[in-house]
Design a protein around this ligand. Structure first.
Ligand code: NI
Length: 387
């Protein structure tokens, strides 16, 4: 099993595909799961797929439970610099976020559960999701009715800050809600020597940046993690002309739902109020991306328990103001009901950070990761019977 999984992992690593281009990756996943006798569900997905392992043990009370594991499958536009023997064969593309491990560990867990399905009571759906790096691939999966019967959702990520055998886990918020904004300040262009003939948008943009940065210190609860970054500012084309407009772009990251709404309101008030004070006007475009990921307490406890039973060590999972579209599977407004979820980190050997051209996964983690996930999923289904 270990050699088999390592071989598949190396294949996936050699054949990285970018978001929504995961055609060969999907075909390979389909082939391996089909070989193992695992059912592929007939969802109309361009890339990515959903498989199901159905336990054959009958529940005493006749109830059927279904849970899911999300494994993301896409790679990044990075030129690989690992120097490993199974490096990317696709120039300029690389599995630099460990999604090759996610695929392989997911397949391994599915095979292990399929082999012992007589002892399994309920169904596990394995969601091989495209486009995670684009932060919207989960929405492609959610266009299908895959979540209709899913009661709990599991997700995981490679973690190069921890050794193999270490599981990072935390109850509560682990990734942030991701919002993006763009601002266009409209003034009146004129000669650089006669600013009184126009309305200079540049000091307006500068004042807006200052104002936006004060929201965190003055409006957001100091105990709540949150941030705003202005990442682009553009205006003008030369030294003696005052331009007619200035553009700003940036991102807001929050954990708490109320902070997300508060930020959106305060950014709007700050931008419009500041522009008005200078006699200019401003337009804001606000794009909401994935919400924050909140780890269910009971599920987090199960992760710890299984880690101990497998001789693994657990550490507090690092919270991040980065986002993961895994959170869409738990978004109550979207799913229509509460779906508890848990997103854990699997130590892949201390190495370069994810998205680095030399990021590398220690292959010794592959089989333990598959076994660990299989055990977590099986025990989660077991626990649901007793709830
Ligand atoms: Ni990733």
């Amino acid at each position: 099993m270990e050699q088999y999984l390592i071989g598949q992992f190396e294949w996936f690593h050699r054949h990285p595909e970018l978001s929504y281009e995961e055609v060969d990756t999907t075909a390979k996943i389909r082939e391996l799961l089909t070989e193992a006798g695992i059912e592929i569900l007939p969802y109309p997905l361009a890339t990515g797929l959903v498989a199901a392992v159905r336990g054959s043990k009958e529940a005493v009370d006749g109830t059927e439970h279904t849970i899911a594991l999300r494994c993301d499958i896409d790679a990044l536009p990075i030129v690989e610099e690992t120097g490993i023997s199974y490096a990317s064969e696709c120039k300029g593309k690389m599995h630099a976020c460990g999604h090759d491990l996610h695929i392989t560990a997911g397949i391994g867990a599915a095979i292990l559960l399929q082999e012992c399905r007589e002892e399994l009571c309920g169904t596990v759906k394995f969601i091989f999701q495209p486009g995670e790096e684009d932060a919207r691939g989960a929405l492609k999966i959610l266009e299908t009715d895959v979540m209709d019967d899913v009661e709990r959702i599991w997700g995981f990520h490679a973690d190069p800050t921890n050794e193999v055998g270490v599981i990072g886990i935390r109850e509560g918020y682990v990734t942030a809600a991701v919002d993006r904004f763009a601002i266009r300040v409209k003034g009146i262009g004129c000669h650089g020597a006669h600013p009184d003939d126009g309305i200079d948008p540049i000091p307006v943009a500068a004042a807006i940046v200052q104002g936006l940065h004060s929201i965190i210190g003055r409006n957001i609860n100091a105990f709540h993690p949150a941030l705003l970054s202005v990442t682009r500012i553009q205006a003008g084309a030369t030294w003696n002309v005052i331009p007619a407009a200035a553009e700003l772009e940036g991102t807001v990251r929050t954990m708490q739902r109320e902070d997300r709404a508060l930020y959106q309101r305060r950014v709007r008030e700050t931008v419009e109020g500041t522009a008005a004070a200078y006699g200019a006007t401003a337009e804001i475009t606000w794009i909401e991306s994935a919400p924050a990921t909140y780890n269910d307490g009971k599920m987090a406890q199960l992760c710890e328990k299984i880690a101990q039973s497998q001789g693994m060590k657990t550490v507090p999972e690092e919270q991040s103001l980065g986002g993961d579209d895994f959170s869409y599977y738990m978004e109550e407004e979207r799913i229509g009901r509460q779906v508890p979820g848990c997103y854990l980190k699997i130590g892949t050997g201390v190495a370069h950070p994810i998205h680095h051209p030399a990021f590398c996964v220690d292959e010794n983690v592959i089989l333990p990761a598959a076994k660990y996930l299989a055990k977590v999923l099986a025990e989660d289904l077991d626990n649901m019977l007793n709830e």
